[in-house]
Ligand binder design. Sequence first.
Ligand SMILES: [Cu+2]
Length: 194
Amino acid sequence: MTGNGSGNDGANAGPNDRASGSGTGNRPGGVGRRTRVGAAALVVLAAVATGGTIALTGCSSSSDAPASGGPAKLAVTGAYIPRPLLTDEAAAYFTVTNSGGSAAQLTSVSSSLAAHGTLHTTTDDTMRQVTSLTVPPGGRLTLSTGGDHVMLETLTHKPAVGDKVTLTLHFAHATPAAMTVTVPVRPTTYHPGG
Ligand SMILES: [Cu+2]
């Protein structure tokens, strides 16, 4: 930019505008009332124009977000406890199905049969305690012999085949957060469907 005079318009207009606005102080009351009516009419027109704009905006902003992320919806099936050979611990197996849209975690299991329960995975025939097991959305968590399982420790008594044992499963990211199931004690060598 070189100072060739084209930027002078704004600088010259400022003082003139301020001078022309100085005569508004001595307006009679009647004129003021007429001015308010005119202003009200302008407000109505503005509202109509604005309303049309809002309606158009509303139509164009509709979106079809994917229906993912619904809550986890869990069901427990096929639970059983093989009759333990030892008196101090037993295993528990079951399947948790998740028909919802979000993952949930099995975080602990408590039982009328044991002082406490722990969650284990099995890798290369080695059990490892874990703090949670995931139930994937639209999928299932299967606890079975040689795989993921619950260990019930410090048994209150040694159960017999045919006994019923209460298990309460505690979940994170699921409603309800706990589910109680009645579980049969099966023969030690029992396998589901076999
Ligand atoms: Cu174990």
